[in-house]
Design a protein around this ligand. Structure first.
Ligand SMILES: NC(=O)c1ccc[n+]([C@@H]2O[C@H](COP(=O)([O-])OP(=O)(O)OC[C@H]3O[C@@H](n4cnc5c(N)ncnc54)[C@H](O)[C@@H]3O)[C@@H](O)[C@H]2O)c1
Ligand SMILES: [Zn+2]
Length: 328
């Protein structure tokens, strides 16, 4: 739910629980007055670990939280992924509520029920599906968000937009230079609605949900070769995958041109370059989403709002798409 005030959204939800069974988990960069016991966590990908989850379990045990307890998770996607996993595994699962505070977490990480931590250098290697009782979105958090994090979240919004024509047209109207929150609110709502529609049809990622991986086959490889915020990698990945969509599936060129324009106007160019192509292709061939070894498997689009999953592309096709991306 989208709200204007967190306390008034949260209070009726928490009324279902005993006063002493409510725990708050919060990113230590945020300031929020909570009258409940609060565990503040230092947040970055290196803390997205089983050790952090263990510290949450400890906090819950020390405060005698029973199976009727609830964990309120306030933070970005790292915190909501860890908090959801800690809640889902504590005493075989207690309730949790997400209050996402980054744009990426609002439109992606805090809904859909995927939770987890990194393990032995593998991203999100340990985790489970567990739906939050509620996700409360207060766009006011975005005022303090660094602009690079804002752009990263918007990259993932553009991906969602390519899955729904109406949303795509609305996203193109948004003035990204302003980063104004008021006109963004309805776009956040629309992105969540598109994701929810897809996730409801395929809660455990058996098929259809793979459309949400658009941009991510190239994106994940780019992220591995050089450090960048996730939504930037997704945007570069979208450009490469739309290029392949044009060549292979006859997708109209317009969305590719629009995305390219957005990238050139608001984002840095990718830090990788043509020298990295061989390594990028090798990484895509090893992607854990592949059904057969050494294949490059992507979600592509035939047009805006018409994605197709499980498209196997050749190394030559991938190479040409990377050439286009790095020529920009
Ligand atoms: N579960 C899912 O379906 C799903 C989907 C997408 C991404 N994810 C996960 O989400 C994570 C990325 O999430 P993220 O981009 O939100 O990163 P993040 O949680 O690391 O937050 C980004 C940075 O912003 C800070 N921050 C958070 N809220 C702030 C605010 N309001 N003002 C100022 N600073 C703030 C954080 O401390 C951090 O430094 C990844 O671990 C990814 O795997 C999960
Ligand atoms: Zn993503």
């Amino acid at each position: 739910m989208i709200c204007n005030d967190i306390h008034s959204a949260l209070t009726p939800l928490l009324a279902r629980y005993d006063e002493n069974q409510i725990i708050v988990l919060m990113d230590d960069k945020l300031s929020f007055d909570s009258s409940y016991p609060t565990l503040r966590l230092k947040i970055d990908e290196t803390h997205k670990s089983i050790e952090t989850v263990s510290s949450i379990w400890n906090f819950l045990i020390e405060r005698n939280i029973t199976r009727r307890g609830v964990l309120v998770c306030i933070g970005g996607g790292v915190l909501t992924d860890i908090g959801g996993f800690a809640a889902a595994t504590y005493k075989r699962g207690i309730d949790y509520i997400n209050i996402p505070t980054t744009l990426l977490a609002m439109i992606d990480a805090s809904s859909g029920g995927k939770t987890g931590v990194n393990f032995k250098g593998l991203k999100n290697a340990i985790g489970c599906f567990a739906q939050p009782k509620e996700t409360i979105i207060w766009p006011g958090w975005l005022k303090s968000l660094p602009s690079a994090e804002f752009l990263s979240g918007f990259g993932e919004m553009l991906k969602t937009g390519l899955l729904d024509e109406h949303l795509w047209l609305n996203l193109l109207q948004y003035d990204l230079a302003s980063m104004e929150i008021e006109p963004l609110t309805s776009l956040i709502e629309q992105c969540i609605a598109v994701k929810e529609r897809i996730v409801t049809a395929d809660p455990k990622e058996d098929g259809l949900r793979k459309v949400l991986n658009l941009g991510h086959t190239f994106g994940h490889a780019l992220e591995e070769v050089s450090w960048m915020l996730h939504g930037y990698a997704v945007l570069y990945g979208l450009i490469a995958e739309l290029y392949v969509s044009v060549v292979k599936l006859g997708c109209p060129k317009e969305p590719l041109q629009q995305l390219t324009q957005i990238m050139l106007q608001y984002y840095d160019r990718p830090k990788c370059n043509c020298k990295d192509r061989r390594q990028l292709i090798a990484l895509m061939q090893q992607d854990k989403k592949n059904e057969r070894a050494a294949e490059i498997n992507c979600t592509l689009i035939q047009n805006i709002g018409s994605p197709v999953i499980n498209q196997v592309i050749t190394p030559d096709e991938a190479n040409e798409a990377l050439e286009y991306l790095f020529s920009l």
